[in-house]
Ligand binder design. Structure first.
Ligand code: ADP
Length: 179
């Protein structure tokens, strides 16, 4: 390497709900891990939004799903993405673009984030086309009704979804006897 080349750490933040983490998210994390020295998958904790998994459960599932990607880790955050990025020392925010339908919302959000933090760059990555139709809500809906989700989510997520919905299907425990 040439002397004088500054070797600073390039940290990228990949924020989202990840409820749950899918193979589309994993595809993006893998692509980002090849481009940056460190990737933080940031799980948004938004108490106003109902979610299937708690932020802690989502972080755990992401950590397990990304175990093979040594420079990827997961954390939860609340508040503005730009504030958390700055706290982590990240200068890049990663977002995914699956189809043109994602563009308008992502564009608005990117411009707002740029307004809030002009030094941050927003980088859009495209997943493998096998995942362009995939989103967390759809996966939850299919799993809730007992449909096949193999290949759409990492194995640990598949297992956890089946466990969660099997529990929901169990009949409610009988209450104590009436007097
Ligand atoms: P959010 O609620 O912030 O959109 P998501 O968990 O739905 O959180 O998505 C986080 C990021 O991952 C977004 O940039 C979204 O476009 C991207 N993403 C979601 N699903 C896929 C997929 N199947 N392939 C690639 N990127 C995806």
């Amino acid at each position: 390497m040439k002397s004088g080349v500054k070797q600073d750490k390039r940290i990228a933040l990949f924020p989202g709900s990840f409820d749950p983490f899918t193979n589309g998210h994993l595809d993006l994390a893998r692509r980002a891990s090849a481009l940056f020295s460190e990737v933080i998958v940031a799980v948004a904790h938004n108490p106003a939004k109902t979610s299937l998994f708690t932020p802690e459960e989502r972080v755990d599932l992401i950590e397990r799903s990304c175990a093979g990607l040594k420079n990827v880790r997961a954390m939860q955050f609340g508040g503005l993405v730009v504030d958390f990025a700055q706290k982590c020392g990240a200068r890049v925010i990663i977002r995914g673009l699956r189809a043109v339908s994602d563009f308008e919302f992502e564009f608005q959000m990117a411009l707002m984030n740029r307004h809030l933090a002009p030094k941050l760059e927003i980088v859009f990555l495209m997943p493998d086309q096998a995942y362009t139709y995939l989103n967390s809500s759809l996966v939850k809906e299919v799993a809730r009704h007992g449909g096949e989700i193999r290949g759409l989510v990492p194995q640990v997520v598949e297992k956890r979804l089946h466990e969660r919905f099997a529990r929901e299907k169990q009949p409610a425990k009988p209450r104590g006897r009436k007097r």
